[in-house]
Design a protein around this ligand. Structure first.
Ligand SMILES: NC(=O)c1ccc[n+]([C@@H]2O[C@H](COP(=O)([O-])OP(=O)(O)OC[C@H]3O[C@@H](n4cnc5c(N)ncnc54)[C@H](O)[C@@H]3O)[C@@H](O)[C@H]2O)c1
Length: 283
């Protein structure tokens, strides 16, 4: 199957980025959110990114207009009734996602694929609440979506080969690099990244080094573009803690225990860049 038209559910940071890259590649995109205000904010952030691309000569004014013309907005999931693919990017909450998938299963055409951008919830459980579990899959885009090449394509145990192949081709049509993984806690991206961040926090907790020193070691010695503690501050320390808890509970293995210092920072409201303080202080 060739995907021509899509719908993105959730116009937040990720949803608006996903809608933008599809629209830029010529897909007909509906962007859905509960609130009109969130939709307008999503469109405004897209407009800002596209205008910067025009200023820097990465895109023409005509391409910017064509991209925005490919997007219409919606506040009703019923508008998914003519879509080939729906990508859900609502809040990271299983109850909310389950409700969205059940409704999408009712209203979308029989052939439609239902994808989720979840960074930590089990795709297999999401697929199981629908009557088309073989057409459910994870499409894990990275932040910021227009910049990052990877799409981690996660197969639930029920996902069919046909569904996987369609999604792989679709990701390539966006100019992204799809990588196939199976559905286990943290998939590959967060299972490898988060324990590294957690271990970096342990080195601070145990007094091995100051945050600046930990980040310098990883930047200069391992060629990482940014240190793990800076990255943790950017991701949000609450999100890092949440994902460590998913790994810890999902595998029941003590190697994933979240560092007590991470828990303490989150309790204090030191969530990183978004709260003005994490391992570093932000103006
Ligand atoms: N932020 C990241 O770096 C990142 C990276 C990869 C994946 N993700 C995943 O992407 C998803 C979205 O994350 P985000 O950072 O964009 O969140 P966000 O809070 O910026 O946006 C979520 C949007 O969903 C909307 N929403 C909530 N319930 C809805 C519903 N029932 N129907 C329609 N819209 C609804 C909200 O109004 C909001 O605009 C989450 O599952 C998250 O785990 C996030």
């Amino acid at each position: 199957m060739t995907i021509k038209n899509i719908m993105v559910i959730g116009a937040g940071q990720m949803g608006s980025g996903i809608a933008q890259v599809f629209a830029q590649s010529g897909f007909d995109v509906k962007l859905n959110d509960l609130s009109e205000e969130a939709l307008q904010e999503g469109l405004a952030s897209m407009e800002k990114i596209l205008s910067r691309n025009v200023e820097k000569g990465r895109m023409t004014e005509g391409e910017k207009t064509a991209t925005l013309d490919n997007i219409t907005t919606s506040t009703s999931l019923d508008d998914a009734s003519d879509r080939d693919l729906v990508i859900e990017a609502v809040v990271e909450n299983m109850d909310v996602k389950t409700q969205v998938f059940q409704k999408l299963d009712e209203v979308t055409p029989e052939h439609a694929i239902l994808a989720t951008n979840t960074s930590s919830l089990p795709i297999t459980d999401i697929a199981a609440v629908t009557k088309r579990p073989d057409q459910v899959i994870g499409m894990h885009f990275m932040n910021p979506v227009p910049v990052m090449k990877l799409v981690e394509v996660i197969r639930a145990i029920q996902t069919s080969d046909e569904t996987y192949q369609t999604i792989e081709e679709t990701a390539k049509a966006l100019g992204k690099m799809p990588v196939e993984v199976n559905d286990y806690p943290g998939f590959v991206s967060n299972r490898v990244l988060m324990p590294m961040i957690n271990e970096a926090i342990y080195t601070v907790y145990e007094g091995v080094a100051e945050p600046e020193a930990v980040d310098e070691v990883m930047k200069l010695g391992m060629n990482h573009p940014m240190g793990p503690l800076t990255l943790a501050d950017f991701i949000g320390l609450d999100t890092c803690l949440y994902i460590m808890e998913v790994l810890y509970e999902g595998f029941g293995d003590s190697k994933y225990r979240p560092c007590p210092l991470l828990k303490k920072y989150v309790s204090a409201g030191w969530l990183g860049k978004k709260s003005g303080r994490g391992f570093y202080v932000y103006e």
